[in-house]
Design a protein around this ligand. Structure first.
Ligand code: DX5
Ligand code: ZN
Length: 220
């Protein structure tokens, strides 16, 4: 099995009937569920929150990777742990005491992710990289699915890879936004470990097959 992971984002799933899409991910070669929580303050959109995640958790058979695009995420760390979230990602830009937030996530038994907006340089993570399990490089501005991939992401993956090696860290690199079959392989070659894909999976003719193809692209 490849150590490179595919995480379909349910943001692009059918909100009027989520169960078939959850079951598709369960049966597919996908590794994680990616769940995008937006508060309408940190990002200019509102998606879904705890009650929906609770419903998803009941049927999902794979780890829940929850991406919080909210201000002051510390308020809800325990709540997400209790919902069964495995990896909890907060935004660098939303956390004035990031080190404390990371420790709080881990003390609830979850792995800790930190997401960076496109304008936030990798170098800002220098002093905490050893504490972070997953760095999520935003390859679009967070808030919406279906946006165009920002090419500068490739440079950021390389910068992050260098930092991880320099600091001897175990951090995984996740890419979120505009991932398709066209950039999947080059992202993995650049050093990515986890690819999030929303619209490319769920807007395709055969999402199950699309996941299989994405997964195949990651086997270098
Ligand atoms: C964007 C979200 C992404 C989104 C990706 O704010 O964080 O996870 O679902 O969607 P696509 O793959 O359509 O760009
Ligand atoms: Zn996301």
């Amino acid at each position: 099995m490849s150590d490179k992971l595919i995480a379909p984002s349910l943001l692009a799933a059918n909100f009027a009937n989520l169960l078939p899409d959850i079951e598709m991910v369960n049966k597919s070669e996908a590794d994680w569920f990616h769940l995008d929580v937006m508060d309408g303050v940190f990002v200019p959109n509102i998606s879904f929150g705890m009650p929906v995640i609770k419903a998803i958790a009941k049927y999902a058979t794979k780890p829940l990777d929850t991406h919080l695009m909210i201000v002051d995420p510390d308020r809800f760390i325990k709540t997400f742990a209790d919902l069964g979230v495995h990896n909890l990602t907060v935004h660098y830009e939303a956390c004035p005491h990031l080190h404390r937030t990371i420790q709080a996530i881990k003390s609830e038994g979850m792995s800790a992710g930190v997401a960076l907006n496109p304008h936030t340089p990798i170098s800002l993570l220098e002093d905490v990289i050893n504490d972070i399990d997953v760095v999520c490089i935003m390859s679009v501005n967070p808030g919406f699915g279906g946006q165009t991939f920002i090419d500068r992401t490739f440079q950021k993956v390389k910068d992050l890879k260098d930092l991880i090696e320099k600091e001897n860290a175990n951090t995984k690199i996740e890419i979120d936004g505009g991932v398709t079959i066209k950039n999947a392989k080059s992202l993995i070659e650049a050093g990515a470990d986890i690819l999030v894909a929303g619209s490319f999976v769920f807007n395709s003719q055969n999402p199950f097959e699309t996941v299989r193809k994405l997964k195949k692209e990651t086997q270098l």
